[in-house]
Design a protein around this ligand. Structure first.
Ligand SMILES: [Zn+2]
Length: 260
């Protein structure tokens, strides 16, 4: 008995349709997998930006407070009109840090009120720090203003951590010097500690700051998170506004990274 040519043509057509369907499903699945993976990678990339040296009730400083609340703001405790600035920043919903002045090896800002010095006793360091924290009410933690000498002295950093631990505050190391003992001291006292990755505006040109933000994005995409410090400068404001409007990474308040 010979096979029916019409039915074998139907069978071969069915096989072809089946293969096309299989190919189509495979392509769809691959595409969906690609979309899901891309989104999850993008979702992982998160950036925190801290603007420190916030001081004096000036238009530029106010313009930084007007940025999205995800930008973290660190205020100089000896700033004029600090209460007004803090109230605005709190109202807007920003995370607030006390930007505590610490001794540098070579630093013109030694006149800062209650500058933490390497030669200070444990009691003096703690009294000075308490004063800074009292000025910047509602802060979630501190970061150091200058401090190459102070942060690289482990015995000096320990009394700082003792206070932060007691008050359940965070330490954000501005990392102004490669030998900073901030993390080591924070770990010893169980104080949550994060470290700055990049300074945005050592060069104040907007283009250079945008390049720094690109580098920051690359670090975040590779590692999951990245943290930058910027300052209330016109170039930084212009670069941040432009970058925030187009970046694909998620900008989060610093507290979000501390809580993980
Ligand atoms: Zn500073």
């Amino acid at each position: 008995m010979g096979s029916n040519p019409t039915s074998s043509a139907i069978v071969s057509l069915k096989i072809r349709v089946y293969n096309v369907e299989k190919y189509f499903l495979f392509m769809m699945r691959s595409f969906l997998l690609f979309v899901v993976l891309s989104f999850s990678l993008m979702a992982q990339a998160r950036i925190a930006i801290v603007i420190d040296d916030m001081a004096h009730d000036m238009p530029l400083v106010n313009a930084f407070i007007d940025l999205p609340k995800e930008i973290t703001l660190a205020f100089m405790p000896d700033s004029e009109n600090l209460e007004i600035l803090l109230e605005k920043a709190r109202e807007k919903g920003h995370d607030i840090l006390a930007h505590v002045p610490m001794e540098a090896f070579r630093d013109p800002s030694t006149l800062r009120k209650n500058l933490l010095l390497v030669g200070d006793s444990r009691e003096t360091i703690q009294q000075k720090l308490e004063w800074h924290l009292k000025q910047v009410k509602g802060c979630i933690g501190i970061n150091n203003h200058t401090g190459s000498a102070f942060t690289s002295s482990y015995p000096s950093m320990c009394p700082v951590m003792e206070v932060l631990k007691e008050k359940k505050l965070f330490f954000f190391d501005s990392f102004t010097f490669h030998a900073s003992q901030g993390k080591k001291a924070a770990d010893a006292y169980g104080v949550p500690c994060l470290i700055k990755d990049i300074f945005l505006d050592n060069n104040e040109e907007t283009e250079k700051i945008l390049a720094q933000l690109k580098t920051l994005e690359e670090v975040a995409k590779k590692r999951g998170t990245a943290i930058a410090i910027g300052h209330p400068k016109p170039g930084t404001l212009a670069a941040l506004k432009s970058w925030l409007s187009e970046t694909s990474v998620v900008v989060v308040p610093l507290s979000k990274l501390f809580k993980e």
